[in-house]
Ligand binder design. Structure first.
Ligand code: SAM
Length: 453
C-alpha cells in the first residue's frame, strides 16, 4: 500500500518553500500527500524558532495530533513523526528526549536526507537524525506538483545569514549565507513561466546580500569565483530573461539595500511595487544594541530612495518592541519612525530571548506587561496609518492576479495586487491565474475590496 505523508508548516515563507521541497523529496520516494495527519504514515512538522512561542508549539502540536487521531489510526504502529526546520536544527537530538514520539530529526540543510533517514528507520533503527550545516549547501530542486500555490511560486536565491544581529537565532539555525548561482535562478524562473506561473517571489533571509558572500551552492553551475553578480543585477536578469509577469522579493536587509535596486525596479515593468524592509527599531541606541549595522538616518535614506522612485512602491516592515534596555524614549523613537515611513503593513514582534544569541544574556529586560503595552500602542498607530495607506488606493484601477475564492464569501474571488495587498471582488468570468484590472472601491483594515473593470 502506498505510504502517505502529511506536512505542517510553521513560520516564514522560507519554511513554506522548504515544505514544498520536502514534499518533492517524499513524492520521489513514492509517498503520497495527505491533508489529514490521521491518515498519514509520516507526519512532518516544519518548525520555526524565531520566537520562543513558535518553538514551543512543536511539542504541543505533536500531542494535539496524537490526541485527535481516531483510535484505529492511533494504533498504527508504523506512523512516524519527523521534525524539520529551525527547531530541529537548534534542538537536534534533544528533541528525542523532549518528545519520544519523534523518530526523525532533519536540520535546515537536510531535507535531501529524507531518503537515507527513512531507510535507517525502515531498517530498524529507532531514530535517525541529520543536522549537519555546510558552507556549500545544496539548493534542492522542486517538482511543480508540490508548489502550494498554482500560479505563484517561491524561488530560493540565498540561504542562511551572516549578520548575527544580537537578537536573532537565524545564523545558528540556517547557517552561513550562501547564494545560488544566477543561471540556476533564471532557469528556474523561466521554467516556472513556461509551466504557467504568473508570479515568482525571490526568497532569502536577506535577499540584498545576494552574491556578497561569494559563495554559490555546491551545484551552482555558474558558481565560479568571479561570476558573482549583485542583487540588483540578479533582479534585472530575472526580469529580462525569465518571461515571468510579476516578480516580488523578500526579505530586504537595510544595510545591503542599495540605490540601484530601486533603479532596476523602475526600469523593469515586471518588477512589482513592493519592498519589505525591516527597521526593527527607530532608536539609534537600540539599533546599535541589536547590532543591525545601520542608523535611523541610514534607514531613512533608503526609504527616501524608495519613495522617490518613479513607481509608487509599497513599503512594509518588521519592528521588535521591548528589546532589552528599551526605554520609553527609545520606544517613542520607534513610534515616530513608523509614523514617518507610513508603512503599508507592519509585523510587530515582542522581543523574545533566543538561545545562543548575545541579547539573551542582557540583563536589562523589559517587563512582559510593558512589551504588551508597547505592542498595542504601536499596533494602534499602524492600524490608523494602514487604513490611510489602503484608502489612497480607493478609486484606482489596480492589477490583480486571481488566486482563489475569498476566505469570507463564496460569492467573491481574491487575489493580490502588485504591491502585495489582498483584494476581494465579486466573482467574474476570469479564471484562476488570470491577471485582471480591478477598481478599488473600499479599504478594509487588512484588505481591499473592488470590482472588475
Ligand atoms: N532577515 C530579516 C532581517 O533581519 O531584517 C528578518 C528575518 S526574521 C526571520 C523575521 C523577523 O522576526 C525579524 O525581522 C524580527 O522582527 C523578528 N524576530 C527575529 N528574532 C526575534 C526575537 N528574538 N524576538 C522577537 N522578534 C524577533
Amino acid at each position: 500500500m502506498t505510504r502517505k505523508f502529511y506536512i505542517e508548516t510553521h513560520g516564514c515563507q522560507m519554511n513554506v518553500h522548504d515544505s514544498e521541497k520536502a514534499a518533492s523529496v517524499l513524492q520521489g520516494l513514492g509517498y503520497e500527500p495527505s491533508t489529514e495527519p490521521s491518515a498519514a504514515d509520516l507526519v512532518v512538522l516544519n518548525t520555526c524558532m524565531v520566537r520562543e512561542k513558535a518553538a514551543r508549539k512543536v511539542y504541543s502540536r505533536i500531542n494535539e495530533i496524537k490526541r485527535r487521531t481516531p483510535d484505529a489510526a492511533h494504533q498504527k504502529r508504523d506512523r512516524l513523526f519527523a521534525v524539520m526546520g529551525c527547531v530541529a536544527q537548534a534542538e537536534a537530538a534533544r528533541i528525542f528526549d523532549k518528545c519520544s514520539d519523534v523518530r526523525l530529526v532533519l536540520g535546515t540543510q537536510s531535507i535531501g536526507s529524507f531518503p537515507s533517514l527513512l531507510e535507517q528507520v525502515d531498517q530498524g533503527f529507532p531514530r535517525a537524525i541529520d543536522v549537519r550545516l555546510s558552507k556549500h549547501a545544496d539548493f534542492l530542486d522542486i517538482s511543480p506538483a508540490e508548489r502550494t500555490r498554482p500560479h505563484v511560486a517561491f524561488i530560493t536565491i540565498t540561504e542562511g545569514c551572516n549578520k548575527f544581529c544580537s537578537f536573532c537565532i537565524v545564523p545558528f539555525t540556517r547557517g552561513r549565507e550562501r547564494s545560488r548561482s544566477p543561471q540556476t535562478i533564471v532557469d528556474e524562473a523561466r521554467g516556472l513561466c513556461q509551466a504557467g506561473y504568473r508570479e515568482v517571489h525571490l526568497l532569502g533571509q536577506n535577499v540584498n546580500s545576494y552574491g556578497l558572500s561569494g559563495n554559490y551552492g555546491a551545484r551552482g553551475e555558474a558558481g565560479q569565483r568571479g561570476d558573482e553578480i549583485t542583487f540588483a543585477e540578479l533582479l534585472a536578469r530575472v526580469a529580462t530573461e525569465s518571461g515571468i509577469e510579476r516578480i516580488k522579493y523578500t526579505t530586504s536587509y537595510p544595510r545591503d539595500f542599495t540605490r540601484d535596486i530601486v533603479k532596476v525596479m523602475d526600469e523593469h515593468p515586471n518588477l512589482c511595487e513592493w519592498v519589505h524592509l525591516p527597521a526593527q527599531s527607530g532608536s539609534d541606541r537600540i539599533l546599535r544594541a541589536m547590532r543591525r549595522g545601520y542608523s535611523r538616518k541610514d534607514y531613512n535614506e533608503r526609504i527616501d530612495w524608495i519613495k522617490s522612485a518613479k513607481k509608487d512602491i509599497s513599503i512594509t516592515g518588521d519592528i521588535i518592541v521591548g528589546f532589552p534596555g528599551e526605554t520609553e524614549d527609545d520606544f517613542n523613537e520607534t513610534l515616530s519612525l513608523v509614523a514617518e515611513v507610513g508603512y503599508d503593513s507592519l509585523y510587530i514582534f515582542k522581543y523574545s530571548p533566543r538561545p545562543r544569541t548575545p541579547a539573551a544574556s542582557y540583563t536589562d529586560s523589559v517587563p512582559e506587561e510593558k512589551k504588551t503595552e508597547r505592542f498595542l500602542k504601536l499596533d494602534e498607530l499602524q492600524s490608523r496609518i494602514q487604513l490611510e495607506r489602503y484608502a489612497r488606493l480607493v478609486g484606482r484601477d489596480v492589477e490583480v492576479l486571481v488566486e482563489g475564492l475569498s476566505i469570507r464569501s463564496d460569492n467573491d474571488h481574491m487575489g493580490h495586487t502588485r504591491c502585495n495587498k489582498v483584494i476581494n471582488f465579486p466573482k467574474c468570468d476570469s479564471k484562476m491565474g488570470d491577471i485582471i484590472r480591478v477598481k478599488v472601491e473600499e479599504a478594509r483594515p487588512h484588505s481591499l475590496y473592488g470590482r472588475v473593470v
